[in-house]
Design a binder for this molecule. Structure first.
Ligand code: NAG
Ligand code: NAG
Ligand code: NAG
Ligand code: NAG
Length: 417
């Protein structure tokens, strides 16, 4: 873990551009223009690997093992589902609220009734939710595997997956989430379904930014078409009634929705929107985090450790994005002294010491849920987080944070609602 540093600060832009030509072919000549990850950190990690850093070599083994497992899967498309959503087409992303069941006392099953926590298998008629999770993860891991190994099999498969989901006219998803988390009889989609995307979609944008550095299989026409898809998606997220409603939510839905808008604003070149969103992030720090770092809304839930980390993951990604437009949320302090580091420090005892160190409701304590958040805070200079890093638990599949230095929600997202 403790690599005697070639630190981030030492590798200035000039340093990198002087260093790269000496490294010969196989090296991307561009710094990835990633929106969440700091692109310089990718260049630095690649350089360290080339110099034989052992801790990164084991992370690379985990990364390529994950990437290899995706090579035989996908691509996926929203058009594979058997039925279009009510009032929509096969090209509209569709998911159904999993806990709503047909009413046993009415001939048509309407209105549906809520059995919280009991999953209705009928929702499987829309496979998009499952497919999109695979698309998110595979495109990210494959792009990273290409970046570090230079092996075109990874980038070609990532490109195929991305083109099929977003770009090929026969299979492309429409850039809206009008039909996410629908409840039959009651509606044909809900604003809260935006979280199907917002919890992970920025990984896809970073995957594309990595491929844009010259990956075999990904063309400049693909790159252009992907930006254009995201301009339309951003305008839906920022200006549609569902988008506006989700962004105004005061819990983790609002944090994720606004973080996603900031990411797409940065990616598509809408600078003023990226800046205003980054300023808005401060109001979420003020309202969601207390002076001692607790997140009362998330602590009130039955999976309070999971949800505290889930919301924190959105905050930390938001801070990485905001820094790129000159807003420093890592250093920001709210009126009562609230800060992102305080919120991370609140979860550190349990992240390093286990469930006995967490005294709030939690139906399924998973220690590694906090691992990436603590690593992200350590990376930004929080000394309590840095001291805790050696005691963290790696997720199944191995700790690859050093190779994709941005936080992931590492425990199951299946229970997130
Ligand atoms: C995607 O990755 C996340 C984080 O590592 C994991 O929790 C989730 O189960 C993965 N989903 C799929 C479909 O692979
Ligand atoms: C579909 O659209 C029609 C006409 O706009 C509307 O009356 C109907 O309620 C919609 N159906 C659903 C399930 O939203
Ligand atoms: C940025 O996004 C906002 C919200 O969609 C939009 O109103 C504005 O016109 C966009 N600006 C540019 C320069 O595209
Ligand atoms: C943290 O602060 C909140 C709000 O002031 C308070 O309710 C809570 O008891 C505090 N928790 C701890 C562990 O100090």
């Amino acid at each position: 873990m403790h690599f005697p540093s070639l630190s981030f600060a030492v590798l200035s832009v000039a340093g990198i551009s002087h260093a790269l030509p000496a490294l010969g072919s196989g090296w991307p000549t561009l710094i990835p223009n990633t929106v969440v990850i700091d692109g310089y950190r990718l260049v630095e990690a690649k350089l360290r690997l080339d110099l034989g850093d052992h801790s990164l070599k084991s992370a690379l083994k985990h990364l390529t093992a994950q990437a290899d497992s995706w090579l035989s899967q996908g691509p996926w498309t929203v058009t594979a589902k058997a039925t279009p959503p009510p009032n929509g087409t096969l090209h509209d992303y569709t998911s159904q609220a999993p806990y709503f069941w047909p009413n046993p006392n009415t001939p048509d099953g309407c209105p549906y009734i809520n059995k919280d926590g009991v999953r209705n298998p009928e929702v499987d008629k829309y496979q998009d939710r499952v497919s999109v999770g695979k698309m998110f993860n595979s495109s990210y891991v494959l792009s990273l595997a290409w970046y570090y190994t230079g092996n075109p099999k990874y980038s070609k498969h990532a490109s195929d997956i991305l083109r099929t989901w977003f770009l090929d006219s026969a299979t492309a998803m429409n850039p809206n989430l009008d039909h996410a988390q629908l409840i039959p009889c009651a509606n044909s989609g809900r604003s809260i379904g935006i979280i199907d995307f917002s919890q992970e979609y920025t990984n896809v944008v970073d995957a594309v930014a990595i491929l844009n550095t010259g990956a075999p299989g990904w063309t400049s026409a693909d790159a252009k078409a992907f930006v254009s898809w995201n301009k339309r998606f951003l305008s839906w997220l920022a200006d549609s009634p569902f988008g506006i409603q989700e962004a105004s939510a005061q819990n983790n839905h609002g944090t994720f929705a606004n973080m996603q808008i900031a990411a797409l604003a940065l990616f598509t070149g809408n600078h003023s929107l990226a800046v205003s969103q980054s300023q808005l992030a401060k109001s979420f720090i003020n309202s969601q985090i207390t002076a001692n770092g607790s997140q009362p809304q998330e602590l009130a839930r039955t999976r309070s450790f999971h949800y505290s980390n889930f919301d924190l993951c959105a905050h930390l990604r938001f801070a990485l994005i905001a820094r790129k437009v000159g807003v420093d949320l890592f250093k920001y302090k709210g009126p009562q002294g609230q800060s992102l580091f305080k919120a991370v420090e609140f979860v550190i005892p349990a992240a390093a010491g286990g469930g006995s160190q967490w005294s709030y409701p939690e139906l399924g304590f998973t220690q590694y849920a906090a691992t990436d958040n603590v690593r992200a805070a350590a990376q930004e200079g929080d000394w309590m987080a840095a001291r805790a890093v050696d005691g963290l638990v790696a997720p199944p599949g191995g700790d690859i944070f050093a190779l994709r230095p941005a936080p992931e929600q590492l425990d199951s997202i299946a229970t997130v609602g």
